[in-house]
Write a protein that binds this ligand. Sequence first.
Ligand SMILES: [Zn+2]
Length: 458
Amino acid sequence: MFQDTASVLFGVEGLQVTDADEGADGTVEVWAVTDYPAAAACPGCGTVSSRVHETVVTRPRDVRRAGDIVDLRWVKVRRKCENRQCPRKTFTEWAPPLPPRCRITARLREQAAHEVTGRGITPAEAARHAGISWPTAHEAFAAAADPVLDQDPAPVAHLGIDEHRRGRARFAVDAQTGEYALLADRWHTCFFDLDGQQGLLGQVQGRTADDAAYWLAGATPAWRDAVRVVCIDMCSIYASAVRRMLPHAILTVDLFHVVQLAVKTVGDVRRRVVRARYGRRGRSGDPEYGIKGLLVRNLEHLCPDQFAKVIDTLDGDRYGQEIAAAWIAKEKLRDVLKLRARVTGSVPCERQVRDRLFAFYDWCARHDDIPELITLARTISRWENEITAAVLTGITNATSESLNRLAKLEARLAYGFRNPLNQRRRVRIACTRGYCRKSRIATARQTHLVTGPQPDPG
Ligand SMILES: [Zn+2]
């Protein structure tokens, strides 16, 4: 079939461009007629008709051209069906990208959907740009997203579990007691592929052990068997869910949260000591206040002057020595984590890890007059096996945390979600976007190599 240059450039299958003109407000007016043989056949009986009933002009919405709005004027013919028995008296022409009663071209829908899935803008923004309504843009996005989301996740070896809050917690004042009562506090539990290409695997509402176990129970037994390591935050709820549903998997805790707990303990001791010493909270000018930033840093990152400042401040009296004991406990705990293969370059053996943990416990026991240290040691000993496994395997929940950040960003872009299904859809697409884009670029390059012009060897 011959097509003129203008029609090829316009690129809507089944439409032939007859005229194009620049409108007053920067729009481009494109006039087109139908150039699709099947459009002359009656959709009711299939009889090809040549009898014209009337001519109508429709203005379906189309994609922009170089940023300008395209005002498409499609001159359509309404034909009379030539089959007398056909209940359908008349019918209008159609083209594959513009089926009957469709007022938006297929490529405009696809573009709006792709902008949401690929570029990460909101359906509202995509709708504004395309000049269509929010429901249309959202429907296009859902049509593109749902097939991806309906697929069962491929087997993963390292699974991450994390939670994030859905919206804000809501409170109400109890009329009888005058106290605040929690009305709603909604959470999502998310499952992540820690070392593969799948990003967010799934999401369930709630954050109880049953909620997490429910999602794991929905997976096939083969998928569950393939999970070798599960990484969680120091959260006993998820630990119990994993032990119930994945009894064979090694459970590890994220080491960032272990260090965070130790740093918090140092801060707690410092605040209590300062209050005991001065009878008020710390403020700028107090020697302890001056080193609070140095105490949270890693020991190896302190320069000699800073180290001397910490020692001078804490060496003076028993108050300072209490803070120093907590600080040393933190560093002893970090010594355990420094055995990771990422730091040392070789995989440690379990004995080494347990030895260093013992040194930490020993230190805490020798300072059992500091209640915070006892609490810290108790928590660490409760999670000892999981911490040891994390040091030995070197698996962290960093991927989960970074994808959780994306999930929160998505909620902010949407100014919060009313519909949990939409939230799950948007979050899952956002969390797999980077991986989808990477694989798409890879395929595009391959195609180019096969079909593109071959380089001249001479
Ligand atoms: Zn007919």
